[in-house]
Design a protein around this ligand. Sequence first.
Ligand code: ZN
Length: 154
Amino acid sequence: MMLDGLYQEIILDHYKHPHGRGLRDPFDGEAHHVNPTCGDEITVRVAAASGEFSDISYDGLGCSISQASASVLYELLSGRTASEAAGIHDAFVALMQGRGQVEPDEDVLGDGIAFAGVAKFPARVKCALLPWMAFQDAAARAGVDVSVAPEVKA
Ligand code: ZN
């Protein structure tokens, strides 16, 4: 219960003080995703011309989980190479789809571990994953495939 409270604090902190928010130029790929069950919307842009995600920018509206998740995504994935980003992306998706049974690795997921509790609530999993799926699409449009994790995940 104490951990749940701490996790909630982390999510609310990202929601109130989002990192890297706002759409920026230049970018190589953009995607807009909506989560109709909750009303969340997110637009994600990636700059990946150099082979790494030199910038990830986003804007959106919706519940605290969806918007905090975008802030955490920015923090975790910007500046990463394609393969590093793929590994982290894979770990976050696995955590969210684990129905609360996956033990998160803080070394990989940082503040993303705060979403471990959300994984127990299927309706909210879509909120948490929304920015990550938009990122995956935006990256694909920039010519970078992050849907598979080559060597990062054991
Ligand atoms: Zn939501």
